[in-house]
Design a protein around this ligand. Structure first.
Ligand SMILES: NC(=O)c1ccc[n+]([C@@H]2O[C@H](COP(=O)([O-])OP(=O)(O)OC[C@H]3O[C@@H](n4cnc5c(N)ncnc54)[C@H](OP(=O)(O)O)[C@@H]3O)[C@@H](O)[C@H]2O)c1
Length: 288
């Protein structure tokens, strides 16, 4: 049966979101529609035109995940035009380059705002439109895996069986407040705003999965190191190093889209329970 899918941050080419939009339009059943979203209207329209030229059924909608009015407008568009949604891929993300002069407190606030609260805002707004058997995938990162830079106490809170979204919000706020005074590492957080925001995003999917009806699929995915603007395209020294490294241990943007597309389009329904609420990389379940 034809489906309706939505991808956030799908404007850049090469970009993981753009590749996911292309792959969904190619792989979902005939008659399906992919809503390609971009915070920048001109870039979004250009991306839409590019995929339409390939004969794919995509439709552009503006979406800034940090702008409540933009999220509301998207919700109204989806509701009025399609009446429901089968697939959401929350791909939009922010990572400050290592050499960026923006003070760390500001980087922490903005990164958590896009990667955690932005993802949460989109899910909360669109959740009532999700149809039975839906697929909800968040593009997270292994940078958010719970390593030794997290205090045992915070890890325990993040992995608690009864963690709630409000509990996650509280941890997000603690991080932003601690970063504002430069005490985040003393208080058990890692030194990275991006990693912390992706930890919160991964756990958001674990927590939400608990209350979502079977046989839906809710997972956070790491696409691996990919040759995109964010990781390798900024022209900085580190970006150039990562570009070289990506040919050894990384992927093209299309390679980064493989696991999300596999989960949404190919994973048999009877195998969904195994991946539900998990963190997935390279089609395999990994530690949070
Ligand atoms: N590339 C990697 O190696 C790698 C590894 C692990 C995880 N990831 C994750 O993969 C996802 C896609 O990244 P990418 O590598 O494809 O980078 P990218 O090409 O820079 O894509 C990031 C996308 O997010 C959008 N975005 C940022 N803030 C937004 C906002 N407030 N509202 C809506 N959209 C917003 C960007 O829009 P603009 O074009 O307007 O900035 C862009 O379309 C990200 O979540 C990233 O963290 C990437």
């Amino acid at each position: 049966m034809a489906q309706v899918a939505l991808v956030t941050g799908a404007n850049r080419s090469p970009g993981i979101g753009n590749e996911i939009a292309r792959g969904l339009a190619q792989k979902l059943p005939a008659g399906s529609t992919v809503i390609l979203t971009s915070r920048d209207r001109a870039m979004g329209l250009e991306a839409e035109a590019g995929l339409k030229e390939e004969g794919l059924n995509v439709v552009f909608q503006q979406l800034d995940v940090c702008d409540a009015a933009s999220v509301e407008a998207l919700q109204a568009f989806v509701s009025t035009t399609f009446g429901g949604l089968d697939v959401i891929v929350n791909n939009a993300g922010l990572a400050f380059p290592m050499a960026d002069p923006t003070p760390f407190p500001e980087q922490a606030r903005r990164t958590v705002e896009v990667n955690y609260y932005g993802t949460k805002r989109v899910i909360e707004s669109l959740r009532p439109l999700l149809r039975p058997g839906f697929c909800l995938v968040g593009i997270s990162s292994t940078a958010g895996q719970l390593g030794s830079s997290w205090s045992p106490a915070l890890k325990q809170r993040l992995l608690a069986e009864d963690l709630t979204v409000a509990g996650l919000d509280a941890i997000a706020e603690e991080f932003v407040a601690a970063a504002a005074t430069g005490r985040h590492k003393d208080l058990g957080f890692p030194g990275t705003a991006y990693g912390t925001s992706k930890t919160l995003m991964t756990q958001l999917h674990r927590v939400l999965a608990r209350d979502m009806p079977s046989p839906c699929l809710v997972t956070a995915v790491c696409p691996g190191l990919c040759r995109t603007y964010m990781a390798t395209g900024r022209g900085t020294f580190m970006s150039n190093v990562l570009w070289l490294v990506s040919f050894v241990v990384g992927n093209s943007a299309a390679g980064g889209a493989d696991t999300p597309l596999w989960l949404c389009c190919e994973l048999p329904e009877e195998d969904r329970a195994e991946y539900h609420g998990k963190f997935v990389r390279g089609r395999a379940i990994c530690a949070y």
